[in-house]
Design a protein around this ligand. Structure first.
Ligand SMILES: Cc1cc2nc3c(=O)[nH]c(=O)nc-3n(C[C@H](O)[C@H](O)[C@H](O)COP(=O)(O)O)c2cc1C
Length: 432
């Protein structure tokens, strides 16, 4: 079988370095220009377009991003909410049931729910799929499309359970598969399609893959400004986003910046540095889902706990998940919370020991049985006319002097997420 030979104009070692001709233009930059000159692959219009601009949005988060978190985020003003990643084969073939009392829609297969939602979040809910197969991606999207507003492809998860089967961040190394998944979704699904990526190690290769993705006809690209090997404790590299934002502008596709967003504490510096259309929050929202509120955060251990426990009781949220969420919400610093350090410690210990919603509510003196009322309240907030430009709304709140939040970037409040690339994993990935 003939072997193809890639011929370099100047084979390595054939000349002294000083005489080697220098490439005037970066070849990847040429390829980006070529991509940007090509027409869009899919020109679509949708019955319900999604507005991805001028917002703080809730990031996809496995375990954390369940229905209670999404409802709380929407209650406090999140512009859009992403579901946790759901793997294609997990959702395909699941059974859809609707609880006539609560309205909760559950997709389940075997034991336990795979995904559950409430119709009130549908206009803002983007369902994220983990996949490495165009056909399965379409089947997964078709399974849930009646209950969500958009479909997102996860191209950023660095965990071995994703990357070993070619999903998540592994798709960044197989761009043809990544693009074929987007094309299949664009072809078959009557909802806006989006995609979440990480940075590649070099800027030219990041721009090349971004230009190819933007050409497909997707409605939004979110960039987690870290590379696959970076841990979440390493600062996000916002500086590298502005070039991608420029490509997005040329294609008319909004770019969302993700990584180290701290809500109103740093949205403006992120926007000034990157030009991003919106900012996506993961860990900041995990600590306190009221981080989205244009008028400032509320106390987790009182208001947020109370809402969460009442929602959890009403929708019968799995206790394991409710307890996990309680653990993720971090006690608010003063002046948001008036609790002393000792009182906060009591709360944390109570959560650690609790075995049910009722038990923890009793310990924290939270009144239960208000779930229906809390859900109605959230629904009313969601249905209120929302300002499509959250940033203008925040500016107005600042001008009116009704913002109450301090800058919440105290490093002691940060915590390791369950999702970062562990030391061992990074070592394995580097050596493979
Ligand atoms: C608990 C947790 C679960 C996550 N699950 C997902 C996921 O399902 N899909 C995804 O694309 N990213 C996931 N991520 C990554 C976040 O969406 C986000 O990209 C990352 O945390 C950086 O944002 P941040 O600096 O605001 O936390 C997860 C992060 C955390 C903390």
């Amino acid at each position: 079988m003939p072997v193809a030979t890639i011929r370099s104009p100047s084979p390595v070692g054939s000349e002294a370095p000083s005489k080697r001709p220098r490439l005037a233009v970066d070849p990847e930059a040429n390829l980006v220009d070529e991509q940007m000159a090509l027409p869009l692959e899919y020109i679509k219009s949708y019955d319900r377009e999604l507005d991805y601009r001028n917002k703080l949005v809730l990031a996809p988060m496995v375990r954390t991003g369940t229905l209670p978190t999404r409802l709380l985020a929407l209650h406090y003003g999140a512009g859009l909410v992403w579901s946790p990643e759901v793997v294609d084969k997990a959702i395909i073939g699941s059974e859809r049931t609707v609880d006539p009392d609560t309205g909760i829609i559950t997709y389940s297969k075997g034991q336990g729910p795979i995904f559950y939602t409430h119709p009130m979040e549908k206009p803002y809910l983007i369902f994220q799929i983990g996949t490495s197969d165009p056909e399965l991606a379409v089947k997964a999207a078709q399974t849930v499309q009646q209950d969500v507003a958009g479909i997102d492809l996860n191209c950023g998860c660095p965990k071995p359970f994703s990357t070993h089967s070619g999903m998540g961040a592994a798709l960044l190394s197989t761009p043809d598969i990544l693009l074929n998944i987007l094309r299949a979704l664009l072809d078959a699904i009557p909802l806006p399609i989006s995609c979440k990526i990480r940075l590649l190690p070099t800027q030219p290769s990041t721009l090349l893959i971004a230009s190819r993705i933007l050409r497909t006809g997707i409605r939004n690209l979110t960039v987690h400004c870290r590379t696959r090997d970076m841990r979440s404790s390493e600062p996000a590299i916002w500086d590298r986003l502005s070039d991608i934002v420029q490509l997005g502008k040329q294609r008319g596709v909004p770019i969302i910046c993700n990584g180290d967003g701290d809500g109103w504490a740093n949205w403006e510096s992120i926007r000034n540095k990157t030009g991003a259309d919106s900012v996506m929050l993961a860990r900041a929202a995990e600590r306190n889902p009221s981080v989205f509120s244009p008028t400032g955060q509320v106390d987790t251990t009182t208001e947020i706990f109370s809402r969460l426990l009442n929602i959890a009781q009403r929708i019968d949220n799995p206790w394991g998940n409710t307890k996990f969420l309680l653990n993720q919400f971090k006690p608010s610093p003063p002046p948001i919370s008036s609790k002393s350090k000792a009182e906060k410690k009591v709360v944390i210990e109570a959560i650690a020991r609790a075995k049910s919603v009722e038990e923890i509510a009793e310990k924290l003196q939270i009144q239960l049985g208000r779930g229906e009322e809390v859900m109605r309240d959230i629904e009313a907030r969601i249905r209120e006319k929302r300002d499509p430009d959250m940033f203008a709304e925040r500016k107005q709140a600042e001008a009116d002097g009704v913002t109450a939040d301090p800058i919440v970037n105290d490093i002691s409040l940060q915590h390791a997420d369950g999702f970062e690339v562990g030391v061992g994993q990074a070592a394995i990935e580097r050596s493979s």
